[in-house]
Design a protein around this ligand. Structure first.
Ligand code: PMP
Ligand code: GLN
Length: 383
């Protein structure tokens, strides 16, 4: 393995899921739902297979899916031409990797906020670029703030792009308009690209609001907006994602993407097009149900003795292990499946400053209530 990829031989999700399986633990580590998406969407995929949609779809994605993606972005304040400004990818993961491979040169710097989703670091490394990390700030309120001054201070003449994930995995923070306006200002001041991972855009609770960074003044021409169907429609295994942006940037991403996977997921594409166009009520119900699960898990973790942080969006909650007498989240997560029969994910592995993040572990609540309750019953015996 080439040196720049040596840190990426295994993912924390694979490691913790393997431990969970081995120990028969309740897996609140890897974030995947344990119920299916909308029935009509599932039927549409099955019908597509029956109808023979089993060969390569068009390179940019099926037209009906690109149109449905563009139509959906209108509701978020973004206008894209489905033919030139929308590209279907194999999950958001491919969209992120292809964007970096297409637009970042070896030696360029890419700013990421930590904790960062693990694929960002790997994709930056695959592009031969340098990761520059800016820490989110843990606030009294239990959310994690975006420090615009720290971002500005991290910019150098080599900085090419900023990767922004909101709603944010693993913290569950939804960045505010003010925070995003600050990011937009820095991008404009320094002529930076923004690569925005918005896969949790539909999973936002209370009166928090998901605002795409690409809608801020001066951003449309320099922003790639990435999302996918996995989180909104409980189909993480389908890997239908997309990237939207100005035509020249999307054409560049398409050039890279066509030699990564060329195309993918033919029978799933019309199914996701259906979901984007007809399943808003289903998504609202999912969001309400996840909001309740967030309360259920957060309250239960607090009762078990964890220091629970506030989740504004996503299906994750972060918890401080120190009140229980532990000091290291990674150590605890390695022991937890055997010791308590529950799997979680340590936050420090998503950072370049493990000392600052050692006290936090992440639990996923995209699970049936009885699964959450079983995990909580087991965790209550931990203290
Ligand atoms: N970004 C974030 C922040 C995620 O949590 C995930 C899903 N785990 C992805 C990207 C990957 O999305 P996909 O499965 O569509 O590739
Ligand atoms: N995105 C999911 C999570 O954060 C897992 C994805 C994966 O296993 N790579 O838990």
């Amino acid at each position: 393995l080439v040196p720049r990829l040596r840190p990426f031989t295994s993912t924390i999700f694979a490691e913790m899921t393997a431990l969970a399986v081995q120990a028969g633990a309740v897996n609140l580590g890897q974030g995947f739902p344990d119920t299916d998406g909308p029935a009509a969407m599932l039927e549409r995929a099955q019908r597509a297979i029956g109808e023979g949609l089993n060969q390569y779809p068009p390179g940019p994605g099926m037209p009906e899916l690109r149109q449905a993606i563009a139509a959906r972005r209108v509701g978020l304040g973004q206008t894209f031409d489905p033919d030139a400004e929308v590209l279907v990818t194999v999950g958001a993961t491919e969209a992120i990797a292809a964007s970096l491979l297409a637009l970042v040169e070896p030696g360029d710097e890419v700013i990421v906020f930590e904790p960062y989703y693990d694929s960002y670091a790997a994709s930056v490394a695959m592009a031969g670029a340098t990761r520059v990390t800016v820490s989110l700030a843990e606030q009294e309120s239990g959310r994690f703030g975006l420090d615009v001054d720290a971002l500005r201070a991290a910019v150098t003449p080599r900085t090419r792009a900023v990767l922004v994930n909101s709603p944010h995995n693993p913290t569950g923070t939804v960045f505010t308009r003010d925070e995003l306006a600050g990011v937009a200002a820095v991008c404009a001041e320094h002529d930076l690209l923004a690569i925005c991972d918005e896969v949790y855009e539909d999973l936002v609770f209370d009166d928090h609001e998901h605002v795409p960074l690409g809608t801020f003044p001066g951003m449309a021409g320099r922003t790639l907006t990435i999302s996918s169907a996995g989180k909104s429609y409980n189909c993480t295994g389908w890997k239908i994602g997309w990237v939207c942006g100005p035509a020249p940037l999307v054409a560049a991403v398409r050039a890279a993407k066509q030699f990564m996977t060329f195309v993918g997921g033919a029978p799933f594409q019309p199914a996701v097009a259906h979901a984007l166009s007809h399943e808003d009520a289903w998504v609202r119900a999912l969001r309400d149900s996840l909001s309740d699960k967030r309360e259920r898990l957060s309250a239960g973790l607090a009762e078990a003795g964890f220091g629970v942080r506030r989740t504004e969006g996503t299906y994750f909650v972060c918890a401080d292990v120190r009140p229980l007498g532990f000091t290291d989240g990674l150590e605890l997560c390695r022991e937890l499946p055997g010791k308590a029969g529950v799997a979680a994910v340590p936050v420090q592995v998503f950072t370049d400053n493990p000392d600052r993040w050692r006290h936090l572990v992440r639990f996923a609540f995209c699970k049936r209530d009885e699964v959450i309750d079983e995990a909580l019953a087991r965790l209550r015996k931990l203290g």
